[in-house]
Write a protein that binds this ligand. Sequence first.
Ligand code: 5GP
Length: 107
Amino acid sequence: MATIFSKIIAGEIPSYKVAEDERFYAFLDINPLVKGHTLVVPKREVDYIFDLSDEELAAMQVFAKHVAEAIQRAFPCRKVGQAVIGLEVPHAHIHLIPIQKESDMLF
Ligand code: 5GP
C-alpha cells in the first residue's frame, strides 16, 4: 500500500510544493514547528533514509541543501536545521526547519 507521502508525490493528496526533480520532492509540513518547515522525500518509496543506496542518499542531501538555500531566502533565519525522525511516516524524509533559536528545533 502506498504511503501518505507517495500519495502526495502522485498528487492524490494535496501539498504545498517547495521543489521537485526527477527523484525527490519537497513540500511544507502539515504541522509545522515554525513557518517554512519543509519535508524532503525520495520519490522511490523506502521506509527510512538509511534504506537508500549510498548514491541516492548523497543525491538527496544535495537536493536538500538546495531546498534549504531556497527556504532561507523565503524565510530569513539564522540557519536551516536538518533533522531525521521517521517515527510517524514510514517513507524516508528529512525535515528542514528554519531556526532563529534552539527551541525552534524541539519536536
Ligand atoms: P516523522 O515521521 O519524521 O516523525 O514525522 C512526519 C512528519 O510528516 C510530521 O512532521 C507530520 O506533520 C508530517 N505529515 C504527516 N502527514 C502529512 C501530510 O499528509 N501532509 C504533510 N504536508 N505533512 C504530513
